[in-house]
Write a protein that binds this ligand. Sequence first.
Ligand SMILES: *Cc1c(COP(=O)(O)O)cnc(C)c1O
Length: 341
Amino acid sequence: MEINLTSDTITRPSKEMLDAMRKASVGDDVFKQDPTVNLLEKELSRLFGKESSLFFPSGTMANQTAIKINTEPGDQLICDSNSHVYNYEAGGASFNSGVSCRLIFGDQGRIFSHQIKEVINPQDFYHSPKSKLICLENTSNRGGGAFYDFKEIIKIKELAIKNDLKLHLDGARLWNALEETTEKPKDYGDIFDTISVCFSKGLGCPVGSALIGNKEDMEKALRIRKVFGGGMRQSGYLAAAALFALEKNRSRLKKDHMRAKEIASALNKLSFMKSIEPVSTNIIIFSLISEKTETKFVNLLKEKNIHIISLGKGKLRIVTHHDYTEKHHEYFLNFIKKINL
Ligand SMILES: *Cc1c(COP(=O)(O)O)cnc(C)c1O
């Protein structure tokens, strides 16, 4: 038995999802003639209460497109030091849009209005880069799956309006946050100028992300997506998976969250555990007492065909997901309890 806990992106489509994909009616989406993509985009607009949506091959491309349409070269975006747009998009903000990132050292990937207020450059001070865009990440990947208190997001929105800043949500794992809070997608749609979401993580799709926003921005996004090489043809097969996942795979995320908490509490009892970040959703980030122990631990797991990932700087990560089953979970918990290093 192989247990892969490196990421929620490693899932394979279930038989039911493959059936939905196989049955999809498709067309050429570059000509906007794929009925299933059109349906998915319409459904996302409805869900988030926004005018328009666009299907993307990856979350990175959706975020990069959002940065491009919300800024001009020379502008600055504000984000957390752990954010995906800053750390894991290969420098795309500067490569694609010519913007710099003003980093905030937040709490588990979350930044707060009082911190943002301090780093906004005065609009008339032409010596400094123009603050233009705030990017929030919910849930935060490097922040261990933490999610925002919606009240804080409202405060950030007020600050953004006051300072004429755009607001983008990297919602790759927004579905996870939505399952743990009372807000609806529409609440996010009301606040953010643009929202990216992924189907290829907790929702179990093989490929696919989307960007959601107003009509004018999404018309710009259509052109940018083409520039980035993201115009796809019979992508309805992928959109069918996303539609299936939106309907069937959202509520089960709670299971991933519960299992993550159970894993964290088992890990916490190990004598060589140094610290575990608070677990809110499906990600567990922890460090062990020494580098040597870390290597021993990871290798021991590997021998048992259990895979986890290192984030560097002594941090290890475990992610629960659609293909991590109850059987895997019982086996893994039992195994943790017996580890002796
Ligand atoms: C995974 C992820 C993305 C997008 O990643 P892709 O691999 O390009 O789909 C964006 N933001 C966050 C926070 C992520 O975890």
